[in-house]
Each structure stands twice: as C-alpha cells, then as structure tokens.
Design a protein around this ligand. Sequence first.
Ligand SMILES: O=C(O)CCC(=O)C(=O)O
Ligand SMILES: [Fe+2]
Length: 275
Amino acid sequence: MQLADLSAHPQAVPRDPHFRVVSVPAFTRDRIADLAVGRCAAIKVPDFLPAATCAEILGALQSSPFESYGRQRVQPPVMRFGVGVSDHRLSGAIADSYWPAAEASRAAWRGLGLPYDPFALCREALGTDWPGGVSVGRSGGRELAPGVAREPNHGFQVHFDEALREFHEDLLDAPLVAQFAFNLYLSVPDTGGETVIWRHRWHPADETHRLPQSYGYAESVVADAESVEVRPAVGEALLLDPRNFHAVRPSTGARRIALGFSMGLSINGDLLTWG
Ligand SMILES: O=C(O)CCC(=O)C(=O)O
Ligand SMILES: [Fe+2]
C-alpha cells in the first residue's frame, strides 16, 4: 500500500514530522519541552503581548537611535537598540567591555520612559506555565543584559547560535542543556523578512561554507536540508532552537523590528535569558 502511495507521488520527499512550526495560544511547559527535545522546529504564539503594549514599545523605539552591530562581522548591516554578548566576546569568553555596555543598555531602555520593562513582560509571559518562571541569567554572579531590539531589514545570513560553541566555558553560572532564541515582532516589512529554519546542525565540514570574517555561511551549507519558513506578524512571538541553521530574508517597506534574547534551560530546570 505504501509503495503504491509513493509511486503515485514520485516527487514527494518524506518530511520529518518533528520538524514543523507549531502555532499555539501560549508557551506552555509541554511546548517548551517539545522544542528542547526536538519534537518541533519552532513555536509561535500570535498576540503574545497586547497590541497596545507592542504599539507603545514600538513607538518609543521608533524615535530612538539604533546602532549597528560590528560591521566587520555582520554584513549586510543589522541595527540594534541595546547590547548583546555577541559583540563583546573575546577568545571564547565574555569581554570585560560587556559589563559597562550591558549597564548602559539597561539605562538606555529605562530612558525610553516606558511604564514597564518590555523584557520583563516577555519573561513573565514566557514563564507563566514554567515552574519557577523565567529569569535573567548570571555569569560570575553578575546579571547579563536582558535583550535587544534588532532591525535586520537587509536580512540575517544563514547562521546558528550556540553558546556551547561560542564560549569555552559555561556562559551562565549553571550549565545549559538546551538553548532557544526568542523574538517578538513589533514592526514587520511589507515584503520579505521571513525567518527560515533548516533541519541542519553545525558539522565541522560546514566551515568550508563559512563567509570570510562573518558570523554567517553561504546558503550552500543547507542545500539539501529540509526547511520551514515563518512570515513574522506584529505581536507574534517566535521561539526556535537556534542550533538549527537559520536566516532572515531581506525585506522592503516598513522596518523589521523585533525584541530578541537568548534563553537556556539549565540543568536545574530553570529558564534563563541573556542578551
Ligand atoms: O529575527 C528573527 O526572526 C530571527 C533572528 C535570529 O537570528 C535569532 O533570533 O537568533
Ligand atoms: Fe540567530
């Protein structure tokens, strides 16, 4: 029976039933566990924060100056408001420059004058069903930055994010058993700007596809891999396993602005974030 089915659809390539994007009303404990163990590729939650809250955060950001990620490493350029540890990494460790930059970033976010901390709202909504909730991670007892607003209008190259490979020792004070990337879209472009995730994790041979001096890889690195694509929508949150190669497509029209941070699941069962 199965053979007959296959010959009726000679083009059909079997797909991994575990590699799909699930759309759910909230980040429940079971869904986050599914993502941690690889039972889905990503979780999206429409209307993650109230529309009025998203509009208010966006309004404050739109009139604030964004900075560029290091232009040597990040081409085409990506703009950001706030600081991320990726720009303050030195020989596989957090550079000393990160700590004052993280403090300046917290001050800049406070300076927006919002009556709440947008990242705290996101952590609260992410952690409603998680025992102990979600908190900001620490390194050497010091709290890391809570996250950034990112604006990749020209896209992100194909890349992966994995603290285990970016840092020689545990990034946080507790070892991590899983890693996630969180994005909350506040403004989306008219065309393009899709997030693509490939069913492919880093392999040493992938380095032959590395773009010189860059965080990214040529798209040939994921040539044969299955992929899923998410078109961002305002107010929607996306949680993915960033160890899978992923990219953001270039866009046109409105700015593509998202709140973003990394999140890890510690060996103690805690969900810990960092920017
Ligand atoms: O903006 C996005 O949709 C994904 C950005 C990204 O590379 C990440 O969150 O790790
Ligand atoms: Fe990423």
